[in-house]
Ligand binder design. Structure first.
Ligand code: FPP
Length: 263
């Protein structure tokens, strides 16, 4: 069994200690989803404008994508803009909408070198033209890449996604292409925006908030959750290893029992 050793240094008030994370390469999560929270607070703590926090958050996206790729994670889904985020001041929304272009322009050579594929979930048509164009171009350019799928949730809301799936299924029912009896969980999966992706194995939310905020409500049914007080711009290699290590210690039973427990 291949194992990777990661070290973590923590400076306490009086002593320093090193925590070692022994990751089992054979049970890495295939799909990690992250609610990246705390950019605003990170900026506020430094007396900087909120958008400075989002800019730093974008740098963290780059760092974490590299690590996920190095580890061989299959899918990394990042909650970058929710359908509720339109309620923020226009200047902040405009900045958030400029981030995909900024990120994809500068990261594209490395994305290609690393064989990373860009995807998105969310209502693309509701995005400003420049944002849509940047995402479309990146998805087109990377569509044959077979490595990590870097999946951005942009203008995404899980309830809206489920409503859309229900409507699409009902259209097929009305047209006589699907019978009511044929509707099951597998079919609903196929009508969601994540139809080509495995369900997330691990959900991470940063910044101390402990809620889902309308993120992948259907897909997270059996996902392991890991919450941290760390603000997204401060989330780093060590935090990521800690999350994956915690995941590997979980006993995933999907409502059933395992091995010895069955006897
Ligand atoms: C929530 O923190 C964060 C967001 C709404 C935006 C997240 C976006 C990024 C991390 C960058 C995305 C990068 C790309 C390439 C699309 P918050 O602003 O609500 O923080 P707060 O709760 O501390 O105010």
């Amino acid at each position: 069994m291949l194992k990777k050793l990661f070290s973590k240094s923590k400076k306490g008030k009086q002593s320093s200690r090193v925590e070692e994370f022994l990751l089992d390469n054979e049970c890495l999560p295939s799909h990690i989803a992250i609610i990246m929270d705390g950019n605003g607070r990170w900026a506020k703590k430094r007396a900087m404008p909120r958008i400075a926090g989002h800019h730093e958050g974008m740098q963290t996206v780059r760092k974490i994508a590299r690590i996920a790729d190095d580890l061989g994670i299959k899918v990394l889904t990042l909650y970058a803009f929710s359908t509720e985020n339109w309620r923020r001041p226009k200047s902040e929304v405009d900045y958030l909408m400029s981030l995909p272009q900024m990120f994809l322009n500068s990261f594209m050579p490395e994305l290609m070198e690393r064989n990373i594929r860009i995807q998105m979930i969310g209502d693309k048509e509701g995005l400003p033209n420049n944002t849509k164009k940047a995402l479309d171009e990146a998805m087109e350019k990377t569509k044959h890449n077979t490595g990590l799928i870097l999946n951005f949730a942009m203008n995404y809301g899980s309830r809206a996604e489920i409503v859309r799936a229900m409507k699409d299924i009902m259209i097929e029912v009305n047209n006589g292409n699907i019978s009511i009896d044929a509707i099951d969980e597998t079919m609903i999966d196929q009508y969601l925006m994540t139809s080509n992706l495995p369900e997330p194995d691990l959900l991470i939310r940063t910044s101390g908030e402990v809620r889902l905020s309308n993120f992948m409500l259907w897909q997270l049914a059996y996902t392991e959750f890991w919450f941290t007080d760390i603000l997204w711009p401060d989330f780093d290699h060590q935090s990521f290893m800690e999350a994956i290590h915690a995941y590997q210690k979980r006993n995933r039973r999907y409502g059933g029992l395992k091995g010895e427990e069955m006897k």
